[in-house]
Write a protein that binds this ligand. Structure first.
Ligand code: NI
Ligand code: MN
Length: 245
C-alpha cells in the first residue's frame, strides 16, 4: 500500500480529513463543532476544498453548511441531499448516484450502497434525502479508500471488494445505528482489505462496539491490521509506527 503524501486523519465518529497528493483538503462527513469525539484543534480547519457526504444525519453533515460557506467548498453526495444543501446556500455541489463515479480535483469517487435511512432533519420536518451511501475514493496514485458510511452489513460488500479492492476501509462498528463488530468481521472478510479503520463507535454510550471485539473476531485473517485511530491521529504516521519501512 502506497500512501505517498496522502494523509487520512480521523476527526472522531465518522469524520475523516483527507489530504490528497495535490494538497487538496477533503472531508468525509463533516461533524466537528458538536462532535464530542473531535479534538478542539480540529474543529476549525484552515482549509477545506471538498466535502463528501454519505447521508444527511446530523452526525454526518453537522458542519457541512458552515464549512461550505466559510471555505467555498464543494459538497459532493447523492442528488437529493446535495440539492437540499444547495437550497440552504451551498454554492458548489456535485450530485450523483449509486454505481456512478465522478472525478473531482483529480480524485475519483464512486458511490456505493449502504443499508441505512436518509432523512434530513429540517426544522420540525424530516425531508427526503435520497438514500444513504458509502464511497470508494481513488487517490491520484491509485490508493483506494472505502468509507462505508452508516450501514448494516450487506452481502454486496463482496462486490465492492471484487470491483475496487480497497486498500483501506473505514467501517462503522458501534451497533445501535449501524453494524456491530460481528457484522463488521463479516464485512472485513467480504471486502478483503488488509487495513481497517473502525469508526462510529464510542461517541455515545449506545455505540458500544469496540475495535478489540472486531480484532478478536478477525484474528484468523492473515496480515489484517485493525487500526483504531484515535481522534486526531493520521493513518500514515500510525502505519509507519506499526510497520516500519
Ligand atoms: Ni446515520
Ligand atoms: Mn451516524
Amino acid at each position: 500500500m502506497n500512501l505517498g503524501s496522502i494523509e487520512i486523519t480521523f476527526c472522531g465518529h465518522a469524520t475523516f480529513a483527507l489530504k490528497t497528493e495535490a494538497g487538496k483538503q477533503w472531508m468525509i462527513d463533516p461533524w466537528l463543532e458538536q462532535n464530542p469525539a473531535c479534538p478542539t484543534r480540529l474543529k476549525n480547519p484552515q482549509k477545506v476544498d471538498t466535502l463528501l457526504i454519505t447521508h444527511p444525519h446530523f452526525d454526518h453533515i453537522g458542519d457541512a453548511l458552515r464549512l461550505a460557506n466559510k471555505h467555498d467548498a464543494t459538497a459532493i453526495g447523492i442528488y437529493e441531499t446535495v440539492a437540499w444543501l444547495q437550497k440552504k446556500g451551498v454554492k458548489k455541489i456535485v450530485g450523483f448516484n449509486k454505481g456512478g463515479t465522478i472525478e473531482h480535483e483529480g480524485i475519483k469517487v464512486t458511490m456505493t450502497h449502504a443499508v441505512h435511512s436518509c432523512g434530513i432533519a429540517d426544522g420540525d420536518d424530516i425531508l427526503y434525502g435520497g438514500e444513504a451511501a458509502g464511497y470508494v475514493v481513488t487517490f491520484e496514485n491509485g490508493l483506494r479508500l472505502y468509507h462505508a458510511g452508516d450501514t448494516a452489513v450487506f452481502s454486496d460488500m463482496k462486490l465492492i471488494g471484487e470491483l475496487y479492492h480497497p486498500d483501506v476501509v473505514c467501517l462503522p462498528i458501534g451497533d445501535h445505528y449501524t453494524m456491530d463488530p460481528a457484522q463488521g468481521a463479516l464485512a472485513v472478510r467480504m471486502l478483503g482489505s488488509k487495513v481497517v479503520i473502525p469508526m462510529h463507535y464510542g461517541t455515545f454510550p449506545a455505540l458500544s462496539g469496540t475495535p478489540e471485539r472486531l480484532r478478536a473476531l478477525t484474528q484468523d485473517i492473515a496480515g489484517l491490521q485493525i487500526i483504531d485511530l484515535k481522534p486526531g491521529e493520521t493513518l500514515a504516521r500510525e502505519l509507519e509506527r506499526l510497520v516500519p519501512a
